[in-house]
Design a protein. Structure first.
Length: 312
Protein backbone atom coordinates (compact mmCIF):
# COMPACT_ATOMS: atom_id res chain seq x y z
CA UNK A 1 0.00 0.00 0.00
CA UNK A 2 1.32 3.48 -0.80
CA UNK A 3 2.28 5.73 2.07
CA UNK A 4 -0.13 8.64 2.26
CA UNK A 5 0.74 12.29 2.70
CA UNK A 6 -1.54 14.86 4.32
CA UNK A 7 -2.10 18.41 3.15
CA UNK A 8 -3.60 20.71 5.74
CA UNK A 9 -5.32 23.57 3.96
CA UNK A 10 -4.50 26.98 5.45
CA UNK A 11 -5.97 29.19 2.75
CA UNK A 12 -8.91 30.28 4.87
CA UNK A 13 -6.52 31.52 7.53
CA UNK A 14 -2.99 32.23 6.31
CA UNK A 15 -4.16 32.59 2.73
CA UNK A 16 -6.56 35.49 3.24
CA UNK A 17 -5.19 37.26 6.29
CA UNK A 18 -3.69 39.98 4.10
CA UNK A 19 -6.45 40.06 1.47
CA UNK A 20 -7.64 43.57 0.66
CA UNK A 21 -11.26 42.47 0.37
CA UNK A 22 -13.18 41.13 3.38
CA UNK A 23 -14.59 37.74 2.41
CA UNK A 24 -18.15 37.35 3.71
CA UNK A 25 -18.74 34.55 6.19
CA UNK A 26 -21.04 32.71 3.80
CA UNK A 27 -18.27 32.59 1.19
CA UNK A 28 -15.85 31.23 3.78
CA UNK A 29 -18.38 28.56 4.69
CA UNK A 30 -18.77 27.58 1.04
CA UNK A 31 -14.99 27.50 0.65
CA UNK A 32 -14.61 25.17 3.63
CA UNK A 33 -17.41 22.83 2.57
CA UNK A 34 -16.02 22.56 -0.96
CA UNK A 35 -12.58 21.79 0.44
CA UNK A 36 -14.18 18.91 2.30
CA UNK A 37 -15.89 17.73 -0.89
CA UNK A 38 -12.51 17.84 -2.65
CA UNK A 39 -11.02 15.48 -0.06
CA UNK A 40 -9.38 17.82 2.45
CA UNK A 41 -9.48 16.30 5.90
CA UNK A 42 -7.54 18.99 7.78
CA UNK A 43 -8.43 22.67 7.45
CA UNK A 44 -7.18 25.67 9.43
CA UNK A 45 -10.47 27.52 9.38
CA UNK A 46 -9.85 30.90 11.02
CA UNK A 47 -7.88 32.84 13.61
CA UNK A 48 -8.96 34.28 16.94
CA UNK A 49 -6.95 37.48 16.73
CA UNK A 50 -8.34 40.93 17.55
CA UNK A 51 -10.35 42.26 14.62
CA UNK A 52 -8.50 45.57 14.80
CA UNK A 53 -5.25 43.70 14.06
CA UNK A 54 -6.53 41.42 11.27
CA UNK A 55 -10.04 42.51 10.20
CA UNK A 56 -10.46 39.44 7.98
CA UNK A 57 -11.14 37.32 11.06
CA UNK A 58 -13.75 39.50 12.72
CA UNK A 59 -16.24 36.71 11.98
CA UNK A 60 -14.27 33.89 13.66
CA UNK A 61 -17.04 33.11 16.13
CA UNK A 62 -19.70 33.16 13.43
CA UNK A 63 -17.65 30.93 11.15
CA UNK A 64 -17.27 28.38 13.95
CA UNK A 65 -20.97 27.58 13.49
CA UNK A 66 -19.92 25.49 10.48
CA UNK A 67 -18.01 22.97 12.63
CA UNK A 68 -20.90 20.46 12.89
CA UNK A 69 -21.13 20.44 9.07
CA UNK A 70 -17.45 19.52 8.67
CA UNK A 71 -17.82 15.93 9.78
CA UNK A 72 -14.71 13.92 9.02
CA UNK A 73 -12.58 17.07 8.96
CA UNK A 74 -10.15 18.23 11.63
CA UNK A 75 -10.85 21.96 11.72
CA UNK A 76 -8.34 24.06 13.62
CA UNK A 77 -7.97 27.71 14.59
CA UNK A 78 -4.88 29.84 15.01
CA UNK A 79 -4.54 31.72 18.30
CA UNK A 80 -2.01 34.41 19.23
CA UNK A 81 -2.35 34.16 23.00
CA UNK A 82 -4.27 32.70 25.94
CA UNK A 83 -7.33 34.88 25.31
CA UNK A 84 -7.47 33.67 21.72
CA UNK A 85 -7.24 30.05 22.87
CA UNK A 86 -10.08 30.61 25.33
CA UNK A 87 -12.20 32.13 22.58
CA UNK A 88 -11.46 29.24 20.21
CA UNK A 89 -12.42 26.64 22.79
CA UNK A 90 -15.60 28.53 23.67
CA UNK A 91 -16.51 28.63 19.96
CA UNK A 92 -16.23 24.85 19.71
CA UNK A 93 -12.74 24.22 18.37
CA UNK A 94 -10.74 21.38 19.90
CA UNK A 95 -7.68 21.80 17.66
CA UNK A 96 -5.76 24.98 18.37
CA UNK A 97 -2.54 26.20 16.75
CA UNK A 98 -0.34 28.63 18.63
CA UNK A 99 2.58 30.21 16.79
CA UNK A 100 5.74 31.62 18.32
CA UNK A 101 8.74 33.05 16.50
CA UNK A 102 12.26 31.72 16.90
CA UNK A 103 13.52 35.05 15.56
CA UNK A 104 13.49 37.66 18.29
CA UNK A 105 12.98 40.45 15.75
CA UNK A 106 9.99 38.74 14.17
CA UNK A 107 8.50 37.88 17.56
CA UNK A 108 8.59 41.49 18.70
CA UNK A 109 7.19 42.71 15.36
CA UNK A 110 4.48 40.06 15.21
CA UNK A 111 3.21 39.85 18.80
CA UNK A 112 5.28 42.47 20.66
CA UNK A 113 6.97 39.97 22.95
CA UNK A 114 10.28 38.13 23.09
CA UNK A 115 10.53 34.47 22.17
CA UNK A 116 10.90 33.52 25.85
CA UNK A 117 7.79 35.56 26.65
CA UNK A 118 5.97 33.75 23.84
CA UNK A 119 6.99 30.41 25.35
CA UNK A 120 5.59 31.60 28.69
CA UNK A 121 2.29 32.41 26.94
CA UNK A 122 2.33 28.89 25.47
CA UNK A 123 2.63 27.50 28.99
CA UNK A 124 -0.46 29.47 30.02
CA UNK A 125 -2.34 27.96 27.09
CA UNK A 126 -1.19 24.46 28.08
CA UNK A 127 -2.68 25.09 31.52
CA UNK A 128 -6.12 25.16 29.84
CA UNK A 129 -5.82 21.40 29.41
CA UNK A 130 -6.43 20.99 33.11
CA UNK A 131 -9.76 22.84 32.88
CA UNK A 132 -13.09 21.35 31.76
CA UNK A 133 -13.13 23.58 28.67
CA UNK A 134 -9.67 22.50 27.54
CA UNK A 135 -9.69 18.84 28.45
CA UNK A 136 -9.99 17.69 24.82
CA UNK A 137 -7.74 20.39 23.34
CA UNK A 138 -5.11 19.34 20.82
CA UNK A 139 -2.39 21.98 20.79
CA UNK A 140 -0.11 22.48 17.82
CA UNK A 141 2.82 24.85 18.20
CA UNK A 142 4.25 26.63 15.19
CA UNK A 143 7.97 27.40 15.23
CA UNK A 144 7.95 30.43 12.94
CA UNK A 145 11.05 31.68 11.12
CA UNK A 146 12.86 28.38 11.73
CA UNK A 147 14.90 28.79 8.54
CA UNK A 148 15.62 32.50 8.61
CA UNK A 149 13.99 35.88 9.07
CA UNK A 150 13.44 38.92 6.87
CA UNK A 151 14.02 41.20 9.84
CA UNK A 152 16.81 39.36 11.66
CA UNK A 153 18.46 37.34 8.90
CA UNK A 154 20.15 34.20 10.20
CA UNK A 155 18.33 32.07 12.76
CA UNK A 156 20.55 29.72 14.76
CA UNK A 157 19.42 26.08 14.38
CA UNK A 158 20.43 25.43 17.98
CA UNK A 159 17.90 28.05 19.05
CA UNK A 160 15.25 26.28 16.97
CA UNK A 161 16.09 22.98 18.69
CA UNK A 162 16.08 24.55 22.15
CA UNK A 163 12.65 26.14 21.70
CA UNK A 164 11.27 22.98 20.08
CA UNK A 165 12.43 20.95 23.07
CA UNK A 166 10.86 23.40 25.53
CA UNK A 167 7.44 23.29 23.89
CA UNK A 168 7.56 19.53 23.28
CA UNK A 169 8.39 18.87 26.91
CA UNK A 170 5.95 21.57 28.00
CA UNK A 171 2.81 20.07 26.51
CA UNK A 172 2.65 20.62 22.75
CA UNK A 173 0.79 17.84 20.94
CA UNK A 174 2.42 18.55 17.59
CA UNK A 175 5.20 20.74 16.20
CA UNK A 176 4.76 22.88 13.10
CA UNK A 177 8.14 23.82 11.60
CA UNK A 178 7.58 27.01 9.62
CA UNK A 179 9.59 28.74 6.91
CA UNK A 180 7.56 31.89 7.49
CA UNK A 181 9.40 34.11 5.01
CA UNK A 182 10.54 31.61 2.40
CA UNK A 183 14.22 31.58 3.37
CA UNK A 184 14.58 27.81 3.61
CA UNK A 185 16.27 25.55 1.07
CA UNK A 186 16.37 21.74 0.78
CA UNK A 187 19.81 21.49 2.37
CA UNK A 188 18.55 23.38 5.43
CA UNK A 189 15.45 21.20 5.58
CA UNK A 190 17.52 18.02 5.54
CA UNK A 191 19.83 19.43 8.21
CA UNK A 192 17.10 20.66 10.57
CA UNK A 193 14.33 18.10 10.45
CA UNK A 194 16.03 14.94 11.74
CA UNK A 195 16.75 16.66 15.06
CA UNK A 196 13.25 18.16 15.19
CA UNK A 197 11.75 14.71 14.59
CA UNK A 198 13.88 13.26 17.35
CA UNK A 199 12.79 16.03 19.73
CA UNK A 200 9.15 15.49 18.78
CA UNK A 201 9.24 11.79 19.55
CA UNK A 202 5.74 10.45 18.96
CA UNK A 203 4.30 13.91 18.34
CA UNK A 204 3.44 14.73 14.77
CA UNK A 205 5.70 17.14 12.90
CA UNK A 206 4.08 19.37 10.26
CA UNK A 207 6.04 21.49 7.79
CA UNK A 208 4.81 24.91 6.76
CA UNK A 209 6.72 26.17 3.74
CA UNK A 210 6.37 29.35 1.73
CA UNK A 211 7.23 29.57 -1.95
CA UNK A 212 8.59 33.11 -1.81
CA UNK A 213 11.66 32.23 -3.88
CA UNK A 214 10.41 29.16 -5.70
CA UNK A 215 11.76 26.51 -3.32
CA UNK A 216 8.55 25.51 -1.58
CA UNK A 217 7.96 22.17 -3.30
CA UNK A 218 11.69 21.36 -3.30
CA UNK A 219 11.55 21.79 0.47
CA UNK A 220 8.53 19.47 0.63
CA UNK A 221 10.52 16.80 -1.23
CA UNK A 222 13.43 17.23 1.19
CA UNK A 223 11.08 16.97 4.16
CA UNK A 224 9.59 13.77 2.71
CA UNK A 225 13.11 12.32 2.62
CA UNK A 226 13.51 13.26 6.29
CA UNK A 227 10.28 11.47 7.22
CA UNK A 228 7.65 14.24 7.39
CA UNK A 229 4.27 13.35 5.92
CA UNK A 230 2.08 16.36 6.77
CA UNK A 231 2.34 19.76 5.12
CA UNK A 232 0.47 23.06 5.27
CA UNK A 233 -0.64 24.39 1.90
CA UNK A 234 -2.94 27.06 0.53
CA UNK A 235 -5.33 27.03 -2.39
CA UNK A 236 -3.88 29.10 -5.26
CA UNK A 237 -0.73 29.68 -3.21
CA UNK A 238 -2.43 32.48 -1.29
CA UNK A 239 -0.89 33.88 1.85
CA UNK A 240 1.93 35.60 3.61
CA UNK A 241 2.81 37.15 6.94
CA UNK A 242 1.65 40.75 7.44
CA UNK A 243 4.45 41.36 9.95
CA UNK A 244 7.37 40.13 7.81
CA UNK A 245 8.16 42.14 4.66
CA UNK A 246 8.31 40.04 1.51
CA UNK A 247 6.75 36.92 3.04
CA UNK A 248 4.64 36.00 0.03
CA UNK A 249 2.78 32.87 -0.81
CA UNK A 250 2.32 29.50 0.87
CA UNK A 251 2.96 26.41 -1.16
CA UNK A 252 0.13 25.83 -3.59
CA UNK A 253 -2.34 23.09 -2.62
CA UNK A 254 -3.08 21.98 -6.18
CA UNK A 255 0.61 21.76 -7.14
CA UNK A 256 1.58 20.06 -3.88
CA UNK A 257 -1.17 17.46 -4.29
CA UNK A 258 -0.04 16.76 -7.85
CA UNK A 259 3.61 16.41 -6.87
CA UNK A 260 2.95 14.20 -3.85
CA UNK A 261 0.57 11.98 -5.78
CA UNK A 262 3.01 11.69 -8.68
CA UNK A 263 5.74 10.66 -6.25
CA UNK A 264 3.61 7.86 -4.82
CA UNK A 265 2.31 9.67 -1.74
CA UNK A 266 -1.45 9.90 -2.40
CA UNK A 267 -3.30 12.74 -0.73
CA UNK A 268 -6.85 11.71 -1.61
CA UNK A 269 -7.53 15.13 -3.11
CA UNK A 270 -9.66 15.83 -6.17
CA UNK A 271 -7.42 18.25 -8.07
CA UNK A 272 -10.02 19.27 -10.70
CA UNK A 273 -12.41 20.13 -7.86
CA UNK A 274 -9.70 22.24 -6.24
CA UNK A 275 -9.10 24.05 -9.54
CA UNK A 276 -12.82 24.80 -9.87
CA UNK A 277 -12.89 26.17 -6.31
CA UNK A 278 -9.80 28.21 -7.04
CA UNK A 279 -11.52 29.92 -9.98
CA UNK A 280 -14.39 30.94 -7.75
CA UNK A 281 -12.07 32.13 -4.98
CA UNK A 282 -10.26 34.35 -7.48
CA UNK A 283 -13.60 35.91 -8.33
CA UNK A 284 -14.49 36.42 -4.67
CA UNK A 285 -11.18 37.98 -3.66
CA UNK A 286 -10.34 39.91 -6.81
CA UNK A 287 -6.85 41.27 -7.33
CA UNK A 288 -4.57 39.18 -5.10
CA UNK A 289 -1.32 37.31 -5.67
CA UNK A 290 -2.15 33.83 -7.02
CA UNK A 291 0.26 31.12 -8.06
CA UNK A 292 0.20 27.61 -9.41
CA UNK A 293 1.62 25.66 -12.33
CA UNK A 294 -1.25 23.18 -12.51
CA UNK A 295 -3.79 26.02 -12.77
CA UNK A 296 -1.71 27.45 -15.61
CA UNK A 297 -0.78 24.30 -17.54
CA UNK A 298 -3.43 21.80 -16.48
CA UNK A 299 -2.99 18.18 -15.49
CA UNK A 300 -1.10 16.05 -18.02
CA UNK A 301 -3.24 13.73 -20.11
CA UNK A 302 -1.22 10.81 -18.80
CA UNK A 303 -1.85 11.74 -15.16
CA UNK A 304 -3.35 9.00 -13.07
CA UNK A 305 -3.82 9.47 -9.31
CA UNK A 306 -1.58 7.04 -7.48
CA UNK A 307 -4.58 5.65 -5.58
CA UNK A 308 -5.95 4.34 -8.92
CA UNK A 309 -2.70 3.01 -10.39
CA UNK A 310 -2.19 -0.73 -10.59
CA UNK A 311 0.21 -2.17 -8.04
CA UNK A 312 3.76 -2.56 -9.40
Amino acid sequence: MPEHAILREVGLRDGIQMAARFLPTERKREWALRLREAGLREIELTSFVPAKVVPQFADADALAAILPDLSGVTASALVPNLKGAERALAAGFTHVNYVLSISEAHSRSNVRRSTDEAVAEFERIVALKSTPAGRSMVLGVGLATSFGCTLQGHVDPDRVFAVAARVAEGGADELIVADTVGYGNPAQVRALLPTILAIAGRRRVVCHFHDTRGLGLANVAAALDAGVRTFDSSLAGLGGCPFAPGATGNINTEDAAFMLDSMGFPTGLDIPALLALRRDVEGWLGDERYSGAIARAGLPKTYQPSSTRPAP
